[in-house]
Ligand binder design. Structure first.
Ligand code: HEC
Ligand code: HEC
Ligand code: HEC
Ligand code: HEC
Ligand code: HEC
Ligand code: HEC
Ligand code: HEC
Ligand code: HEC
Length: 457
């Protein structure tokens, strides 16, 4: 916040601003006067660059975009930059060009794709007005034609998504009228059915994805800082998966450099170009993964992505796994997917979420949980032990409570998966304890896990 700045000066400047911009809009540079930190990060993010006016002028050597060079002009715009009034995009995925008459330039090689550095077709043979205003502009009104250009539908106050697109005219200081929410622009289908085309979801449907995900109760800004770039990893993701999903997530290829988002937010949406059959360029916001061998194509009806009875959707394993493992079949992926967070080593025991020595106070609650991944051994008869050695000797769990002495929980019971079964949740008297889970199936193999606990006074 700039020190010594007076509200009288602010109001005075606002009046000047009102002359320049209608309906109380003052422009993002004006906000930057007091909110410099917000402005400095926001100006490195995508929103303000949605629409960039070049006005028939060659842009010169310096790029007009913070992270990408100026795009080349499509070959069939013979006058070069003199034929271009605006560039749409070019921040990350692609650029399209608006002609001097306000229509979007269409044809077989008119859309510049940044990842592949190639031109592709857009609406070849069609006359396409620029009617994209509601999602691309600040202070948009559908009346009239910006700059008097016949191809442009509507007028607006500032090019691109600026401070006042989200905060309304003059922000909270002006009453915040006509403020927009993320969901007003990051959607595609008014009924939120998640449109699907040519093997991929379409782009700008994050709000639809989210509405069918386990995070449906969250605002976008629970994870995103709207003033920082996510695409260029400049702090736009303010909460990581691990900040909320801590102790339960184990295994999962962390040491191989595979990240949570590679599987759970597979790039199943396409804006510009696809990398392969199962990987395009926009991260999905569905998060939950189905472990059945279902292909994405089986999960689409009538051009829309399916939801289950609860209205939830699931990422299929072709996107989640085959996007990297192009030699894997869906069946192989399905088998491996079930053990992703339960790696082999049949018994998985934790005390307060830890697999190694835990030190607590006698006033702390101690929680003991275990999982069993039966794998190939499912169905074999086994003896199951859940036991503890502590200050009073051995105690054993009988399925309901702990009893003194050493005895198995189950004898000759078929081996099956167990997920996060809790066997203790209370305070312990001071001393050393070791919790054990041991499984001895009829093939003679042994599977043990143990965690020592030291309870201080
Ligand atoms: C003259 C300085 C000044 C200008 C110019 C200014 N603000 Fe502020 N803004 C402030 C102050 C001071 C606060 C209160 C900060 C605090 O409480 O920490 C504030 C608070 C805010 C808040 C938070 C409100 C809340 O309820 O928490 C938002 C959002 C905001 N401004 C947006 C804007 C936008 C958008 C613009 C441009 C249209 C703008 N501001 C222009 C000084 C200014
Ligand atoms: C894409 C929408 C969007 C844009 C663009 C945007 N903001 Fe915000 N802003 C938000 C949302 C949503 C919040 C509240 C949630 C949060 O803090 O993450 C917020 C919070 C704020 C706050 C108060 C909270 C804080 O962290 O201090 C200020 C001040 C603010 N914005 C100023 C600005 C200014 C100035 C600009 C332009 C330079 C701007 N915003 C651009 C969406 C936006
Ligand atoms: C419902 C809101 C909405 C409408 C309408 C809309 N867009 Fe977008 N567009 C977005 C959003 C949000 C993004 C970025 C997120 C994404 O693609 O998933 C985007 C991205 C883009 C990009 C890529 C930007 C870049 O930097 O790579 C281009 C180009 C684009 N849109 C062109 C258009 C054109 C041309 C129209 C009109 C014919 C249009 N859009 C209509 C919301 C919209
Ligand atoms: C007025 C429409 C509009 C609103 C409101 C809006 N967006 Fe966007 N958003 C866009 C468009 C259009 C783009 C593409 C910008 C580009 O590529 O040039 C975009 C791009 C993005 C990006 C990628 C750009 C980057 O730098 O990482 C993120 C992340 C994003 N929006 C999140 C949000 C969040 C979170 C909110 C709400 C706080 C929000 N948006 C509100 C239209 C909007
Ligand atoms: C702000 C906290 C928060 C963040 C950040 C977060 N989640 Fe979640 N997540 C939750 C909550 C709350 C639930 C719903 C409760 C539950 O089912 O565990 C949930 C549910 C889920 C589920 C479904 C769980 C189930 O049992 O079916 C998956 C999968 C998931 N999140 C993955 C992720 C991934 C991957 C990330 C990072 C991209 C992430 N989450 C980021 C809070 C968060
Ligand atoms: C290699 C791909 C992959 C990676 C990397 C990955 N996951 Fe998963 N995750 C899965 C699959 C597949 C499932 C579904 C497992 C099932 O249903 O049995 C899953 C399930 C989950 C669940 C739901 C319930 C549960 O606990 O089984 C959560 C929450 C979750 N993952 C979070 C995360 C977080 C957080 C990260 C990063 C630390 C992460 N995942 C990394 C593939 C992955
Ligand atoms: C649970 C956390 C979470 C929530 C909630 C969330 N996002 Fe994201 N979003 C992320 C993460 C993490 C990434 C980065 C993914 C990556 O690195 O591949 C991302 C990426 C994006 C991108 C960049 C596109 C891309 O291809 O990476 C946009 C745009 C976006 N989110 C918009 C939104 C909008 C709009 C909402 C609300 C409707 C939203 N997000 C809600 C976590 C979240
Ligand atoms: C971002 C790319 C990526 C994604 C997505 C991905 N993997 Fe992997 N995976 C790797 C890499 C890299 C390795 C290590 C090199 C190798 O063995 O090919 C690996 C190794 C493996 C292995 C060999 C076991 C090991 O630990 O060496 C299995 C099994 C596997 N992945 C299964 C899966 C499944 C199932 C999914 C989907 C739920 C998945 N992967 C998603 C990149 C990925």
């Amino acid at each position: 916040m700039t020190k010594g700045f007076s509200w009288i000066g602010f109001l005075g400047a606002m009046l000047i601003g009102t002359n320049a911009l209608a309906a109380g809009y003052v422009g993002d540079e004006f906000c930057s006067y007091c909110h410099k930190d917000k402005y400095d990060s926001y100006i490195q993010s995508g929103h303000p660059y949605k629409l960039v006016r070049t006005g028939g002028q060659p842009p010169g050597n310096a790029s007009l975009w913070p992270h990408t060079p100026n795009p080349p002009v499509p070959g069939d715009m013979n006058g070069g930059w003199e034929d271009v009034e605006y560039v749409i995009g070019n921040f990350f995925w692609k650029a399209r060009f608006i002609q001097k008459d306000g229509f979007i330039h269409t044809g077989p090689a008119v859309q510049w794709n940044l990842a592949s550095q190639t031109f592709s077709a857009y609406n070849t043979g069609k006359v396409t007005p620029y009617n994209c205003g509601p999602c691309h502009m600040t202070g948009y009104s559908p009346e009239g034609h910006q700059g008097g250009l016949p191809g442009i539908i509507g007028t607006w106050e500032q090019d691109g998504v600026r401070c006042e697109a989200c905060h309304g005219a003059a922000g909270p200081h002006g009453g915040g009228t006509a403020a927009k929410d993320c969901k007003d622009c990051h959607y595609r289908d008014p009924q939120f059915r998640m449109p699907w085309k040519d093997g991929f979801m379409q782009h700008h449907q994050q709000a639809e994805d989210l509405a069918h995900s386990p995070h449906k109760m969250m605002e976008c800004s629970a994870c995103h800082d709207p003033h920082k770039s996510t695409l260029y990893k400049l702090g736009g993701v303010k909460k990581q998966c691990r900040d909320c999903h801590n102790e339960r997530i184990r295994g999962a290829m962390g040491d191989l450099g595979v990240e949570c988002v590679d599987c759970h937010m597979a790039k199943m949406g396409k804006s510009a170009v696809a990398v392969n059959q199962y990987k395009a360029d926009v991260s999905g916001h569905i998060f939950r993964i189905a472990t059945e061998p279902i292909a994405a194509a089986n999960n689409v009806t009538g051009g829309f992505w399916n939801q289950d009875a609860n209205g939830d959707s699931f990422v299929t394993l072709d996107y989640a796994c085959l996007s990297c493992h192009n030699n894997m079949t869906l069946e192989q992926a399905a088998k491996a997917a079930k053990t992703i967070h339960h790696p082999p080593g049949m018994v998985d025991l934790t005390v307060n979420g830890e697999e190694e020595m835990v030190v607590v106070k006698s006033t702390d609650i101690v929680s003991v949980d275990f999982s069993i991944e039966a794998g190939d051994k499912a169905g074999l008869k086994a003896t199951w032990w859940v036991i503890c050695h502590g200050p009073r000797g051995w105690v054993s769990w009988d399925g309901k409570k702990w009893k003194s002495g050493l005895r198995p929980w189950r004898r000759n019971v078929a081996l099956a998966d167990v997920h996060d079964l809790n066997v203790l949740k209370r305070k312990l008297a001071p001393g050393y304890y070791t919790y054990w889970v041991g499984i001895v199936p009829s093939d003679g193999s042994e599977n043990f896990a143990s965690v020592p606990v030291y309870v201080r006074r």
